[in-house]
Design a protein around this ligand. Sequence first.
Ligand SMILES: [Zn+2]
Ligand SMILES: [Zn+2]
Length: 259
Amino acid sequence: MSAELFVLGAGTILPREGFGASGYALRPRRGAKLTLLDCGPGTLRALAGAGLDWLEIERVLISHFHADHCLDLFALAFARQNPALAALEPIEVLGPRGLREVLERGAHAPARWIKDPRWKIVEVALDADGFGSERRAELELRWAANGHTPESLSWRVELAGGASLAYSADTPPSRAVEQLARDVELFVLECSHTDEHADPRHLTPTSAAAMASAARARRVLLTHFYPDVEPHAARLAVAARFGGPVELARDGLRVEFGA
Ligand SMILES: [Zn+2]
Ligand SMILES: [Zn+2]
């Protein structure tokens, strides 16, 4: 049975129709609980739009602490305080070192209601080369430090049956991310800017294509488009350099893989 990735936000913090802040939901198989990849503002709302039950969230993987990747953790915490809800299972939140402090401090700012005392917070460890991994029941989680910010991680999820997904999150060109994504089936790859307006903390069509090629990814899903990026032009530019299929993320897109 195939896995599914739901694109909840294929854009950045800058408002753009159809491209909300970063958020993705991974469903390893029909009926399985959800693992979110990042949780930017609007992710919770977009879950409903995608026909997904937010109460099925089992786990959240956070890449870094820029607001467009994590702010809806607070919305999620508040939603979970709703008195109409029965006792909820804890959600496991995995992210870089500093995650606990971000959640604690954030919760002090507007109200205590955005703190969830039942978070299972995991600040993941890095080995000397900047990689790590942990097993969960149906999933193997792997990550690598990518240098976008001091804490930033890219993620990879290995599913039962051999399906695999890598999520660059925000990243500069990175050997570690290429290694993390080696031979991955679906590479969710940021393409924040055009080559003309390159930012050393992000990718462009040229550097994204180079990363996908070096990783030998089987399939690429481009995402995280700043408003200067015209997605179709970016797709053509990446496809011209990368041999495999290139698709475009857009809010509401559902991608099957691992069939
Ligand atoms: Zn971002
Ligand atoms: Zn960022």
